[in-house]
Design a protein around this ligand. Structure first.
Ligand code: SF4
Length: 449
């Protein structure tokens, strides 16, 4: 529940479990808001809930297997709470539709990512003892004017969803099928959401979209691009840090890079998934850029923002990947020197273009070995990147206590690196200048100056 909302609850409780990407976490906050309008209070545990929603991810097979396992646990839980209604939301709901209702008798409700406004009607159906489903995708829905309920928030940073869907059709990816056509949200509603967060004391927002570079809004002869939108959000207050995710390498423009470089409160951190260092593999993935194009984008970023934090996504063992292709991935990692990376084995997803067109012909054993080599290299690169920060000072936005000690605080610098330092008189939410004295591969360790 947001601070200044006063709701009359009907003593009904909903718990939302969220899996997968930041977009899902943002969507769960929209669902929380729709449920609050219906008199449901969001609680943190499923134990006493009337409704349990599971917001799911389909990006890899093991993400779906995790949900199947969770449903088995919920089945046991339902013995103690037989009135509990269970709803599956998100990508797995959209991908499997009726099949999921047929296969999982514990599930009462299936709702796709564009159908959350229909939740009040669907819940009425479920409350009357029937099962319900709505998986219609929309070409317009952006939930533009819905003020999200901030779930599990540290009251310092929040996500703002600026667009939905994706039309890039990378051959391995289910997202264009589960989240539908790309559509951008009215910039005025985005700015209102950011203003509201600022008024509530938030210090950082992350603008979210599957490919933020293709954000585009046109109305009454006014057009707003992503660099313009992020500039407008950053102009709301110099005390508001602005981040964004995710950029597609084919679309990241010089204009955006220069905008970041010249705007002090847009963070110096870019997540630019390269997926593979081999042009042959990139072509089969239909990523629509080459290794050379990608390296040109990195050079441009480094030229305009020399101390920019860089992160990426990497897939090991995509269809047809040879040892030479894999070596090219390792060499690209070394050339860029990423601060961190999300690294996975290729997982074939039903009905994707890759599943229809290519053979998943790299053995599990080879995929695992290649992934290990990628992870080991990234560990070395992260440590080396962090070591270069020893002796430097950074402005850190404090997010929490350190996991290890209440005597230390933890926060991020502009480059999105976690910094830990002694608490002294500082508090969560403060901006603190910290000098870095030591590091691990994951954390910078310093002292306030
Ligand atoms: S850009 Fe490619 S990988 Fe990213 S969501 Fe769209 S289709 Fe999937």
């Amino acid at each position: 529940m947001t601070e200044n909302q006063t709701k009359i609850y009907k003593n009904k409780l909903v718990n939302i479990e969220t899996y997968g990407c930041q977009m899902n976490f943002s969507d769960s906050e929209i669902v929380g808001s729709i449920m609050a309008e219906e008199g449901y209070q969001t609680i943190e545990s499923a134990e006493n809930a009337d409704i349990l929603f599971i917001n799911t991810c389909s990006i890899r097979d093991n993400a779906e297997q995790r949900i199947r396992k969770r449903l088995k646990e919920i089945k046991r839980m339902k013995k103690d709470n037989p009135n509990l209604k269970v709803g599956i939301l998100g990508c797995m709901a959209e991908r499997l539709k009726q099949q999921l209702l047929d296969e999982e008798d514990v599930v009462d409700l299936i709702v796709g990512p564009d159908a959350y406004r229909d939740l009040p009607n669907l819940i009425k159906t479920v409350e009357s003892g029937r099962r319900a489903i709505n998986v219609l995708l929309s070409e317009e829905e952006t939930y533009a004017e819905i003020e999200p309920v901030r779930l599990g928030s540290n009251k310092i940073s929040a996500f703002i969803s600026i667009m939905r869907g994706c039309e890039n059709f990378c051959t391995y990816c289910v997202v264009p099928f589960t989240r539908g056509k790309e559509r951008s949200r009215d910039p005025e509603t985005i700015l209102n959401e950011a203003r509201d967060l600022l008024a509530k004391g938030y210090k950082e927002v992350t603008l979210l979209g599957q490919n933020v570079n293709s954000y585009s809004w046109e109305s009454n002869a006014t057009a707003v691009s992503f660099p313009e939108l992020i500039t407008l959000v950053a102009a709301l207050s110099p005390l508001l840090r602005v981040r964004f995710a995710t950029s597609h390498p084919k679309d990241i423009s010089d204009e955006l890079i220069k905008t970041i470089a010249k705007t002090p409160n847009i963070c110096y951190a870019i997540h630019l998934p390269f997926q593979s260092g081999s042009n042959d593999v990139l072509k089969r993935m239909s990523r629509k850029y080459t290794r050379e194009w990608y390296m040109d984008r990195i050079r441009t970023i480094k030229k305009h923002i020399p101390d920019c934090g860089l992160s990426t996504d990497i897939i090991a063992g995509f269809c047809g990947e040879t040892e030479e292709d894999h070596k090219q991935t390792l060499s690209l990692m070394e050339r860029v020197g990423y601060d961190y990376a999300f690294m996975f084995k290729y997982s074939e997803r039903p009905n994707t273009i890759a599943q229809k067109k290519f053979k998943d012909d790299v053995s599990e054993e080879i995929k695992s070995r290649r992934l290990t080599e990628i992870i080991d290299l990234q560990q070395v690169l992260s440590l080396s990147a962090n070591k270069q920060n020893i002796g430097k000072t950074f402005e850190v936005l404090v997010e929490s206590f350190s996991k290890r000690s209440k005597e230390d605080l933890a926060g991020r610098n502009s480059q999105n690196k976690m910094v830990v330092f002694p608490k002294k008189d500082f508090n969560i939410g403060d901006y603190v200048i910290v000098k870095i004295k030591d590091c691990t591969a994951a954390t910078l360790i310093g002292e306030a100056v």
